[in-house]
Design a protein around this ligand. Structure first.
Ligand code: SER
Length: 319
């Protein structure tokens, strides 16, 4: 059985991946970690949790040695909009901590998963059906860190034989934990506002298409790519994946089917709009489908139905 360390376990992906992996691999085989111990957090209270600041390589090493970790899921990172506000910090956190993790993986014989992003692509990339192996040239610091991360992971695989695997995630939509300052966040906020106020002001312009995915498909993708027989993988860092591609007006139309009074208005944030426009409209994820069986379950319709139902329950429980 694997011994898995998850960094950034309190974040949007980590908070759900931790319980998902605890169910699959057993409560004693998943070590969640983060920089805080928030009261009432399932991640902290329902299993093993270690305080780790990934800026400090020794803190990671100590936990890897203590728990005899053999797999590191490295999620600690800064997202695109926050990265534009503080590019140096984004580089330090996203690239610095990944390099530490890769060195630790080489020394202690661990495999590594780290998420990449649609943000690796830029103005020179094909926008529609963006190929797996495509010119990148990202325009944001976040994209630069993710593109560099892919190169580093492939380097550690080819040069040192470290088993590294990654996925280029699109915007992830979930109801458990909010995303921490990305460009695709509008597609999460819109559901909260629809239930609370029956209206939403989008910072992304009508007609701006981006790839998106519902969290259950993302969790499944991480486990699937890590469990695949390495002989089947032609690519490693990182795979294009997508579940759906839509613009703000399409998600609004879908919400209206459940909340007819819902209205969307627009107040564009020029920084996040420029980021969105530099990203693909729709990825080609054939390589992921062929090499490890990627097959998402949710589309915009089924995601909206589930998201509104789950969020309604959550808001009721809080009030
Ligand atoms: N969801 C991310 C962001 O918007 C993209 O990987 O920053």
């Amino acid at each position: 059985m694997k011994k898995i360390l998850i960094t950034g376990a309190l974040g949007q992906i980590g908070s759900e991946l931790t319980s998902y992996m605890r169910d699959i691999y057993g409560i004693n085989n998943v070590i969640a970690s983060g920089r805080r111990t928030p009261k009432g957090s399932k991640v902290v209270e329902d299993g093993i949790f270690e305080l780790i600041n990934t800026d400090d390589v020794n803190q990671i090493i100590n936990v890897v040695k203590k728990h005899k970790v053999d797999t590191i899921i490295h999620l600690a990172a800064i997202l695109s909009a926050v990265g534009e506000a503080n590019p140096i910090k984004a580089w330090e956190v996203n690239v610095g901590s990944l390099l530490s993790v890769l060195e630790i993986a080489r020394t202690y014989d661990c495999s590594v998963f780290t998420p990449s992003s649609i943000a690796v692509f830029g103005d020179y990339s094909q926008k529609f059906k963006t190929p797996q192996d495509e010119v990148q040239k990202p325009a944001t610091m976040y994209g630069i860190t993710k593109s560099s991360g892919e190169l580093l992971c492939d380097y550690y695989f080819k040069r040192f034989g470290v088993d590294t695997r990654g996925i280029r995630f699109p915007g992830l939509i979930s109801y458990e934990t909010l995303p921490g300052g990305g460009t695709t966040d509008y597609a999460v906020h819109i559901y909260y506002e629809a239930l609370k106020n029956k209206k939403y002001t989008s910072f992304i312009k009508e007609g701006t298409y981006m790839d998106m995915m519902y969290m259950p498909d993302a969790l499944n993708a991480i486990v699937e790519v890590m469990e695949t027989d390495p002989g089947k993988l032609i690519h490693r860092n990182a795979f294009n994946v997508t579940s759906m591609s839509f613009a703000p007006e399409h998600i609004a139309q879908e919400i209206k089917k459940h909340i007819p009074e819902f209205e969307i208005t627009y107040d564009i944030d020029p920084i996040r709009q420029a980021i969105a426009e530099s990203w693909p409209d729709f990825l080609d994820d054939t390589a992921a489908r062929e090499e490890w069986g990627w097959n998402p379950k949710y589309d915009l319709k089924s995601m909206t139905k589930d998201m509104l139902a789950k969020l309604k329950e959550k808001i009721k429980a809080i009030n």
